[in-house]
Design a protein around this ligand. Structure first.
Ligand code: PAF
Length: 282
């Protein structure tokens, strides 16, 4: 396994491996790797010859400085974990100065409204920071394919839009959510939950599953009210939002249409830890 912290050295190394037909896969991460990340990496290994994992806690996507401060920094453990998957991986773990070259700020983007709801609404400028860092990583690695988890479904749509708008020749691959045995979506933030609450947090996924069932016969607003009511009775969980939207545009549902795919999205605080999840409804 090779570890790079310099963009220049990574670019030079990739140039020695690439010819025009070499497929390069990129899995961007912020470290604290868990089974969700490993599923993306395994998918990348199965589809591309050269696989690069970036490990970088991106300051511009955090609206909350405490969240940034508390974000786990576990590069040594992450490298050990990656070795168990494959010795062939290339890891890119730059410093903030290296990646941002002294200008730690986000670019402006137009995502056709995909960024104005849910995570974009509750975490101001979050997606500008995500897109800025992902565009930087894309321009350094120049991957054929890049892999993102569906837990951050809105992020996945925004990255697809970024690639479309900037005409980068990169295929964006969305990978299914990996869950803990009780159903909680895997996330680096789960580590910050006390054990009993981590088990109880399966309530979030159970509620989404029930919402999916109810959506078969009820309107989107009936289902959202039902979820709000469920969370009102759960003092340990503080519901930030529940939204049911068109899966492609993230626009709210006015009246259900036959050929439209819908998805429910949720954000919940548990003991100060912010958890998100989503589910396809049809
Ligand atoms: O999903 C994440 O971990 C981050 O948002 C990403 C895509 C690595 C950008 O920092």
């Amino acid at each position: 396994m090779l570890l790079f912290s310099s963009k220049k050295e990574l670019i030079a190394h990739l140039a020695t491996l690439k010819n025009t037909s070499t497929a390069v896969g990129l899995v961007p991460t912020m470290g604290a790797l868990h089974k969700g990340h490993l599923s993306l990496i395994k998918k990348a290994i199965s589809e591309t010859k050269v696989v690069v994992i970036s490990v970088f806690v991106n300051p511009t996507q955090f609206d909350n400085q405490d969240d940034l401060k508390n974000y786990p920094n576990t590069l040594d453990t992450d490298l050990e974990t990656l070795k168990t998957v494959s010795e062939e991986l290339i890891v890119f773990a730059p410093s903030v100065t290296e990646l941002y070259s002294g200008n730690i700020s986000s670019k402006e983007y137009d995502f056709d409204g995909l960024d104005t709801t849910m995570e974009g609404k509750f975490r101001s400028d979050h997606f500008l920071g995500v897109a800025t860092v992902v565009e930087k990583l894309f321009s350094i690695v120049k991957p054929t394919k890049a892999y993102f988890g569906e837990k951050d479904f809105q992020q996945l749509l925004i990255i697809k839009k970024l690639v479309e708008k900037t005409n980068m020749p990169i295929k964006i691959i969305g990978c299914p959510i990996v869950r803990e045995p009780h159903g909680l979506a895997m996330s680096s933030r789960n580590e910050r939950l006390p054990k009993d609450l981590r088990d109880k947090a399966s309530f979030i996924y159970e509620t989404l599953l029930a919402a999916k069932e109810i959506f078969g016969t009820k309107s989107a607003s009936n289902v959202m009210d039902w979820v709000i009511n469920k969370f009102d009775k759960q003092p340990e969980f503080d519901l930030e939002y529940i939204k049911i939207t068109d899966q492609d545009t993230l626009k709210p549902v006015k009246r259900k249409q036959k050929n439209t795919k819908y998805r429910a999205f949720i954000a919940v605080y548990a003991n100060g830890v912010r958890l998100i999840d989503n589910i396809a409804l049809n």
